[in-house]
Design a protein around this ligand. Sequence first.
Ligand code: CAA
Length: 296
Amino acid sequence: MGNYSLFMSLPSFSSDISTLGIAGSGIMAAGIAEVALLAGFDVMVRSRSERGATELVAQVSKSLGRRVERGKLEIQVRDEAARRLTTTTNLGDLARCSIVIESVVEDKEQKTSLLRELDSVVPTGSIIATNTSTLSVSELALATMQPDRVCGIHFFNPATTMPLVEVIRPLTASQSTIDVAIAFVAMCGKEAVLVRDDPGFIVNALLFPYLNDAIKMMERGTASMDDIDAAMKGGCNFPMGPFALLDLVGLDTSLSIIETLYAASGNTADCPAESLVRLVADGHLGRKTGRGFRTY
Ligand code: CAA
C-alpha cells in the first residue's frame, strides 16, 4: 500500500494505515472515493441510506468502466480497485479509518453534527477532514472535542479530473494533522495548496464572485447565456463558460458559496443573483437534477 510510509513517520497515528473513510454519498464523495481507490487506498464510504450507498457504488463503477472503455485503465486494475470500496450505513464502521473526509451537503448544522459524531467514533490518532467549500473549518473543528486533528481537504469538481486540492489550516489544527493531509493529497496524485481558513479559501473566493457576476450580466441583458459562455471560453481560454460551470458544480452548492461570501463581505454588490436563487427554490440544481441554467 502506497500510504504506509506516511504514517510510519507519525507513530501517534492509527495502526490501520490503509483505509480512507468518506462520510457522504454525493458527486464529491464518489469522486474522492474513485481518486483514493486509484491511488491504492481501501475506501469505506458511509451513507445514511442503503440507496445512497448503492448509487455511489454505481457511480464509481460507471466512471471506472469509462476509463477501461477509453483504454486508460486495465480491467484487472479496475476490478481490484472496485473490490477495495466498501460501504456502510453505520458511522461506527469508520472507526478503523486513519483519515475520514466528510463530504455531505454544504449545510453548517449537518456538517457540525456529523463532525461531532465522527469525533466520537474515529479513534484518537486519526484525522478528520471536511470537504467544505466555504464554511469556517475552525468553527467546525471547535464543535469537536479534538479540534487539533480537524482540517479542510477541499477537492474540486470533477474530483477525478481536477488536479488541485486545497488543504485548509484552521487555527486549531496541529502541524502533524496538516502534514498528514498534505501527504495524503500527494498520494492521491493531486497538487496541494495550503490555505488559511478564510471565507472561500483561494479558489472559491476568486471564482464565485465571477460566476455570480456572469448571471447578473445576463439578467441585465448585456448578453445571452450562450454568448457569455462562448466569450469566456474563446476570450480567456477557460475550459467552460460560467453557466456550464455553475450547472456542473450544482446550483445549490453555488448559492451556498455565494451566500457565505456575501455574509463575509457584507457588500450588497456580492448578493446572490436573482435567477440563481429562483432556480434553486424550484429544485433546478444543475446537471445532477437534469436542469439548471440549461436542460440536460
Ligand atoms: N464528471 C466527472 N468527470 C468528468 C466530467 C464530469 N462531469 N466531465 C469530464 N470529466 C472527465 C472525463 O472523464 C475526462 O477524464 P480523463 O481525462 O480521465 O479521461 C476528463 O474529465 C476530460 O473530459 P473531456 O475530454 O470529455 O472534457 P473536457 O476536456 O471538456 O473537460 C472538464 C471537462 C474537465 C469538466 C473541463 O471542462 C474543466 O476543467 N472545466 C472546469 C471545471 C472547474 O472549474 N471545476 C472547479 C469548479 S469549483 C469547485 O469544484 C469548488 C467547489 O467547492 C464547488
